[in-house]
Design a protein around this ligand. Structure first.
Ligand code: SF4
Length: 95
C-alpha cells in the first residue's frame, strides 16, 4: 500500500483574493507571499498549520484543507491517507 502524507495547509481561491496581503502579514513564519496580485503559499514547509491567515481575510478567500505534501513532520499538522491505487507490481494475479 502506498501512503500519502497530508498536511493541514491554507488554500487560496484566486477568484476571491484581492491581494490585500492581510494574510501575509498575519503569518508568523511568512509562508505566504503575494505573487501576480494574489496570495500564494510560497513556503508550505514553514507553515505551522496555525490558521492565523484565515480570520484576517476580508473575502474568505482562504480555507484550510488536507493537502498532499512532503516536509518536516514536526512542523504543522499531518496525517497519513491510504492511497487505494495499486502499482502494477502489486497485482497478485500478475506474473
Ligand atoms: S487576506 Fe484574503 S484577500 Fe487578502 S491577500 Fe490574503 S487571501 Fe487574498
Amino acid at each position: 500500500m502506498i501512503v500519502t502524507q497530508l498536511k493541514w495547509l491554507p488554500v487560496v481561491d484566486e477568484d476571491l483574493c484581492t491581494g490585500c496581503a492581510a494574510c501575509v502579514e498575519a503569518c508568523g513564519p511568512k509562508s505566504l507571499e503575494i505573487r501576480n496580485g494574489v496570495a500564494e503559499l510560497a513556503r508550505p514547509d514553514t507553515c505551522g498549520s496555525e490558521e492565523h491567515c484565515i480570520a484576517p481575510c476580508p473575502t474568505a478567500a482562504i480555507q484550510m484543507r488536507w493537502v498532499p505534501a512532503t516536509g518536516n513532520p514536526t512542523r504543522g499538522k499531518w496525517q497519513s491517507a491510504p492511497n487505494k491505487e495499486r502499482s502494477l507490481n502489486s497485482n497478485p494475479t500478475s506474473i
